[in-house]
Ligand binder design. Structure first.
Ligand code: SAM
Length: 278
């Protein structure tokens, strides 16, 4: 049984001639039961506006609306998708607004009313760039209450990684400092059309009201970026550009100067960033 009265996605794609374009990272979800399931991972949508990036032919959009989203603002770069999205807007009067453009360039905030949740199945490079932006705003709490995002599984694992694991790095620290991050679903390549080369996973991040440990965002970001840029080096070497007395600062933060970045936890990185405050 379909989740709505609109045509199946295969028919929509055929009708609007939406052959997938590699240059736009187009791998579409065609199973509406699956997109409704992803939408449910985003939490209670009935009292939220949802920002969806990259709706494509609208599979996830329909899931979000069928699951009761108060209002969805969808930003899509490919103009070929707009007629299909207009049909969805007609089926859910007043609940879907579509903007054509590049999500990396558009500021959608004046079209959204808090509380705001973000949901997206995006090409992974655009997704990672947006995630880093959403995790590093000038003020916290951010505009979003939660992010529910599809990534290549390997990227999803980097977001939730713990110290000592191969996937642990800048993305894990940025994500976990001020959010709770979990992998809530994994999907095989066949869930998409055309199937990508690798598996995918949905990550759900909830913004914490305040950071887990105090630190100035810019100092923490700089420290972590430097530490993991040369992740195989001992930290006293990788971070020597941060301060002349970096060894003392590492020790004061509970870090051995001979440690490598991948063994150091969030609390210690925050302590180190605090030693750099003027
Ligand atoms: N959400 C749809 C789904 O799940 O079937 C489509 C997913 S497809 C992986 C990614 C979508 O993002 C495509 O529709 C593509 O055109 C769109 N897209 C790619 N880059 C974008 C950008 N910079 N801004 C907005 N949309 C973009």
């Amino acid at each position: 049984m379909s989740i709505d009265t609109l045509p199946p996605l295969r028919a929509v794609i055929a009708e609007h001639d939406l052959s997938a374009r590699k240059s736009l990272g187009q791998n579409f979800l065609l199973d509406l039961n699956l997109t409704a399931k992803i939408a449910r991972q985003a939490g209670d949508l009935s009292s939220s506006d949802v920002l969806e990036i990259g709706p494509g032919p609208g599979g996830l959009t329909r899931g979000l609306l069928a699951e009761g989203a108060r209002h969805v603002l969808a930003i899509e770069k490919d103009p070929r998708c707009l007629p299909a999205l207009a049909q969805i807007a007609d089926a859910y009067p007043g609940r879907l607004t579509v903007m054509e453009g590049d999500a990396l360039k558009i500021d959608p905030l004046r079209h959204l009313t808090p509380p705001i949740r973000v949901a997206a199945n995006l090409p992974y490079n655009v997704g990672t760039e947006l995630l880093v932006r959403w995790l590093t705003p000038d003020v916290w709490p951010p505009f979003w209450q939660s992010l529910t995002l599809m990534f290549q599984r390997e990227v999803a694992e980097r977001i939730v990684a713990v110290p000592g694991s191969k996937a642990y790095g800048r993305l894990a620290l940025l994500a976990q400092w001020r959010s709770e991050a979990r992998i809530v679903m994994t999907l095989p390549p066949e869930a998409f059309s055309p199937p990508p080369k690798v598996s995918s996973a949905v990550v759900h991040l909830t913004a914490l009201p305040a950071p887990r440990y105090p630190a100035q965002p810019k100092l923490l970001e700089r420290t972590v970026a430097m530490a993991f840029n040369q992740r195989r080096k001992m930290l006293r070497a990788a971070l020597k550009g941060l301060a002349p007395d970096i060894e003392d600062r590492l020790i004061a933060s509970g870090i051995q100067p001979t440690d490598r970045a991948e063994t150091v936890g969030l609390e210690q990185f925050c302590a180190l960033a605090r030693t750099l405050e003027a």
